[in-house]
Design a protein around this ligand. Structure first.
Ligand code: G3H
Ligand code: 13P
Ligand code: ZN
Length: 361
């Protein structure tokens, strides 16, 4: 069974210049959709569960679901990741249930709403790093608060994220502070803020550099060439998925997401993990709406969940291909978390600041 840590997977992605989509799941259909897509193109997988997903699906169900997916697809390395952990306990219990990686999102306080100060973020992230690395699990930290550069607002749409108005100093990760943060916390991956936000309503027009500040990624990568960067809020909100939803009775106002070309530009500058949930939600919802609109007499859930799964799988496959994951799964030999713990203890995985990737190897 091939569970992999985020650190090992992203080290491989960096070595071979690709990025890995991290797809959120809440149920069996989504898990199967991701794995069918990964299997079709031989891509390694990051599956992530938010706190909401863990509460919805139940930790025990999720644990056995991931075990089942790993058993079905033994040749595909699967990283199971906690999305937006809010405190040490959330991260510790995720690892207890078999997650090989956690995000400690210390950009917000434990309520998941209030922007935290830098000192708090460093302290809580460092505490999680110490705990996770003892057992070989990986840690993603976040510096900067996700939210819109157009409005300064966070998003309440999916129930977390700050709820007020922020300035650009908080909405854009400071590259110098990023260096200090990685040094102080020793995170394995760093999520940064540069104008993306969760959910469907990211931009009111096709984004340009004013509202999607890709140059921030380039500046951080120049200072931290060995740090794996993470883009949250990276759904592209494709027009065709908006159209299907609206064609079959939905009411989604016109909106824009993060263009795939911008993500590909990020991948050239150190982005290794790309978080996607909304696109998959939209694909499933559009497919379900279509079945229910065309066959109002239908009441077998399989009649709409099967096309929903297929629609999500198509999105996943497309992203695997666009981010360069094709063909890598079978070439990776996953290390156990116990083996990773030894590597951390030996100091092999310490953050290398300001050294080029080639020189660091
Ligand atoms: O982080 C955002 C993901 O889309 C998860 O959202 O908290 O509604 O599960 P959720
Ligand atoms: P989207 O809402 O853009 O899919 O982002 C998901 C995400 O960042 C999960 O952490
Ligand atoms: Zn996120």
């Amino acid at each position: 069974m091939a569970r992999i840590t985020l650190r090992q997977l992203l080290d491989h992605a960096a070595e071979h210049s690709y990025g890995v989509p991290a797809f959120n799941i809440n149920n069996m259909e989504q898990g199967l959709a991701i794995m069918e897509a990964a299997d079709a193109v031989d891509a390694p997988v990051i599956i992530q569960a938010s706190r909401g997903a863990r509460a919805y699906a139940n930790d025990i169900v999720l644990k056995h679901l991931i075990d089942a997916l790993a058993e079905m697809y033994p040749h595909i390395p699967i990283c199971m990741h906690q999305d937006h952990g809010n405190n040490e306990a959330t991260c510790a219990t995720a690892i207890q249930f078999g997650f090989t990686s956690v995000m400690m999102d210390g950009s917000l306080k434990a309520d998941g709403k209030t922007p935290a100060d830098y000192g708090y973020n460093v302290a809580v992230t460092r505490a999680v790093v110490d705990m996770a690395h003892w057992v070989g699990a990986s840690v993603e930290g976040e510096l900067g608060v996700l939210g819109s550069l157009e409005t300064g607002m966070g998003e309440k749409e999916d129930g977390h994220g700050f709820e007020g108005k922020l300035g650009h100093d908080q909405l854009l990760t400071d590259p110098d502070q990023a260096v200090d943060f990685v040094k102080a916390t020793q995170v394995d991956a760093l999520a940064i803020a540069m104008g993306t936000s969760h959910g469907a309503y990211k931009f009111t027009r096709r984004p340009d550099g004013d509202v999607l500040a890709m140059h921030v990624i380039e500046e951080i990568h120049a200072r931290l060439p060995n740090t794996h960067l993470v883009m949250h809020g990276s759904s592209s909100v494709p027009q065709d998925l908006q159209d299907v939803i609206n064609q079959y009775g939905g009411e989604m106002p016109q909106t824009w997401g993060v263009p795939v070309e911008e993500i590909q530009r990020g991948i050239k500058h150190g982005v290794r993990k790309i978080n996607i949930d909304t696109d998959n939600r939209m694909a499933m919802t559009g497919a379900i709406r279509k079945v229910l609109a065309e066959k109002p007499g239908e009441f077998d859930p399989r009649a709409y969940l099967k096309p929903a799964k297929a629609a999500m799988s198509a999105v996943c496959k497309q992203r695997f291909l666009e981010f360069g994951c094709e063909g890598w799964a079978s070439k990776i030999k996953p290390l156990s978390t116990a083996a990773m713990a030894k590597r951390y203890a030996a100091g092999e995985l310490e953050a290398k600041i300001g050294v080029s990737r080639q020189a660091a190897e």
